[in-house]
Design a protein around this ligand. Structure first.
Ligand code: NDP
Length: 285
């Protein structure tokens, strides 16, 4: 049987339509939701992701500002840019495009974002709050995954969720959000022994390892829901490639996200939603 394709593009479009109403109401009150995106370095993939975010902002009535710093920018220069954005009341959200150039302390940079504007939930304060279940904003990718499951009415509570990857930006926040939703969570990483043994037990499998097509059909339990957060560029292949081998995984999965068109658009939709929530907080004074 063909799996259900969890269409992130269509779902994100529906979310953007809902958000447009909210931006309209804010704009009528004189508040224009504003997102500032900080990009450091010259990674072409990062530049593409930033322009996709700006396009989605424009489609939703969110104003966006981009700050492109050269790869030679020092950590202090990036932190100073963030500090100036923190100080401007009309900036509702700040996103620092990940990854930063090598050699920079990403945690120090992320933690310089004011918690109220940390719409991707990457600072120490946001992450701590997420661990305690009281986060204002959680990672957009992890929230986008949960939102996609909810929109397809796929239950989370009690499901064994296996997350492959433990990064600050995807794996760990996904672990915490699934736990909050009463899933039973296993987290795998590079030191996990016999990865396939774990992935085969997943009712919901979240692949966030950054390894092209590493999850193959034989690693998936029949009837599982497979979420592919992977977004990898391979020389000689057009477009982004996921962490899941879509064709073989589709033979076992009950539902599966495509790449592109799965988690990526949902991430951007959550970024818009969080920025608008922050602007709503500003509107309420
Ligand atoms: P990181 O490189 O920061 O983390 C990768 C994680 O996967 C690490 O925890 C690593 O383990 C683990 N891992 C790597 N290889 C293996 C392996 N062979 N077996 C088991 N675990 C492994 O990546 P990110 O979390 O930033 O990104 C993951 C993927 O998600 C990438 O493809 C990225 O492009 C994509 N992404 C997509 C987004 C979207 O909007 N769709 C947004 C952000 C990321 P260890 O900790 O032991 O090193």
């Amino acid at each position: 049987m063909e799996p259900i394709i969890l269409d992130g593009t269509r779902t994100a479009r529906a979310i953007r339509e809902e958000l447009k109403e909210e931006t309209r109401a804010l704009t009528e009150r004189g508040v224009e939701p504003t997102l500032a995106v900080v990009l450091a370095g010259d990674d072409p993939a990062s530049a593409t992701y930033v322009s996709m975010k700006q396009k989605a902002c424009a489609q939703t009535g969110v104003r966006s500002e981009a700050y492109a710093l050269p790869a030679s920018a020092s950590q202090q220069e990036i932190i100073d840019t963030i500090a100036s954005l923190n100080a401007r009341p009309e900036v509702d959200g700040i996103l620092v495009q990940h990854p930063l150039p090598k050699g920079l302390d990403e945690m120090a940079v992320m933690t310089s974002i004011a918690p109220g504007k940390d719409v991707d939930g990457v600072s120490l304060a946001s992450f701590g709050a997420l661990a305690l279940g009281v986060a204002q904003y959680a990672s957009c990718t992890a929230s986008g995954i949960i939102e996609l499951l909810d929109r397809y009415n796929l239950p989370i509570q009690g499901r064994h969720t296996v997350v492959v990857g433990r990064s600050i930006i995807v794996g760990k926040p996904a672990m915490l959000l699934f736990l909050q939703r009463n899933a039973t969570v296993t987290v795998c990483h590079t030191r996990t022994h016999d990865l396939a043994h774990h992935t085969r037990q997943a009712d919901i499998l979240v692949a966030a390892a950054g390894q092209p097509e590493m999850i193959t059909g034989d690693m998936i339990q029949r009837g599982a829901v497979v979420i592919d957060a992977g977004c990898n560029r391979i020389e000689g292949r057009k477009g982004d490639v996921g962490d899941v081998h879509f064709e073989s995984a589709s033979r076992s999965a009950f539902a599966i996200t495509p790449v592109p068109g799965g988690v990526g658009p949902m991430t951007i939709a959550m970024l818009l939603r969080n920025t608008i929530r922050s602007a709503q907080g500003r509107a309420c004074g």
